[in-house]
Write a protein that binds this ligand. Structure first.
Ligand code: F6P
Length: 328
């Protein structure tokens, strides 16, 4: 088993609230075990550019409550090339680093796994950090809870004005391949319809439902559209529906990147702390090419390969069925 004496930590891909509590846990757990820790700035880009610094317990003071990531993040194309990976490897070796904790989503893990197969002497442990909640091997990913609450707060406000004006709102939420935020926010806000990448919704059916709502004396309607829904974005949908529904004034709101910001919820602070703590312990135990996740409230290790191949997180059937029934 390879002896670990210095580790590095990075955040990559879309930032997610809870990354900072996780970085804090990684740094402090490593120091507790007598390891040195380096923080890599801007994800894999920082590895390639040798943009890293030594961290101590004070480097992570007062960050539990901060959204974003103190290490910064990036989507890094050069790391997909052999040359980029080689540069990253040389920098890790030159800095005496034996293992890295990578916090991010599926793109981050794809890079981590490829790198680790090429350079197996560097241990790699992944922490699922994405608001999309779409990684196999963890019921929840970092940032999902905070983002869902942010979306709920925004939609509640939109509901006030929708109701005041008797309007129909199409609200687009994040989730390129995942309807996780849309589904939970939709249930929590009583959305009249929720459009998800995981299922097809016929526009005719949507229009029938909205008409039924009006017949049932609904004064306002909210349709939540996950950005990856196959029927197009909120604007296209609103345009199509406008042609057939005249009784509502129709408006569109794209919530966009505000969903990724904000102070992490209690849940995400604790999840980030647990996963960061577990990641370092796993590395000290000699684990590599693994993701630490939370299943049934217990820490579970899943191989990065499995986390990626089973990638598409399945939305709960009962939630989908319930959402439709409760919104009538
Ligand atoms: O991966 C998380 C995510 O929030 C997706 O839902 C969304 O499509 C994407 O990030 C947007 O990323 P960017 O900040 O690069 O536009």
């Amino acid at each position: 088993m390879q002896k670990i004496s210095k580790i590095a930590v990075l955040t990559s891909g879309g930032d997610a609230p809870g990354m900072n509590p996780c970085i804090r846990a990684v740094v402090r757990t490593a120091i507790y075990h007598g390891l040195q820790v380096a923080g890599i700035r801007q994800g894999y880009q920082g590895l390639i550019d040798n943009n890293m610094y030594d961290m101590n317990t004070r480097s992570v003071s007062n960050i539990l409550n901060l959204g974003g990531t103190i290490l910064k993040t990036a989507r890094c194309l050069p790391f997909r090339t052999d040359e980029g990976m080689e540069l990253a490897y040389q920098n890790l070796k030159a800095n005496g680093i034996d293992g890295i904790v990578v916090i991010g989503g599926d793109g981050t893990f794809t890079g981590a796994l490829r790198f680790s197969r090429k350079y197996p002497d560097i241990a790699v442990i992944g922490v699922p950090g994405t608001i999309d909640n779409d990684l196999y091997g963890s019921t929840y990913t970092l940032g999902f809870d905070t983002a869902t609450n942010t979306v709920i707060e925004a939609i509640d406000k939109i509901r006030d004005t929708a109701d005041a004006h008797d309007r129909l709102f199409f609200i687009e939420v994040m989730g390129r391949d995942s309807g996780a935020i849309a589904l939970r926010a939709g249930i929590s806000c009583g959305a009249e319809a929720i459009l998800l990448p995981e299922r097809d919704t016929a526009i005719e059916m949507l229009i029938e439902n909205l008409k039924a709502g009006q017949y049932n004396k609904k004064s306002s309607s909210i349709v939540i559209v996950a950005e990856g829904d196959k029927s197009g974005g909120a604007y296209d949908l609103a345009e199509a529906v406008r042609k057939q529904i005249k009784f509502y004034d129709i408006k569109v709101t794209i919530l966009g990147h505000l969903q990724r910001g904000g102070s992490p919820s209690a849940f995400d602070r604790i999840l980030g702390s647990r996963l960061g703590f577990a990641a370092v312990n796993a590395m000290i135990d000699g684990k590599t090419q693994m993701m630490v996740g939370l299943e049934a409230n217990h820490i579970k290790l899943t191989s990065l390969e499995e986390a990626l191949t089973q990638h598409q997180f399945k939305l709960e059937d009962d939630l989908m069925q319930m959402a439709d029934i409760l919104s009538i």
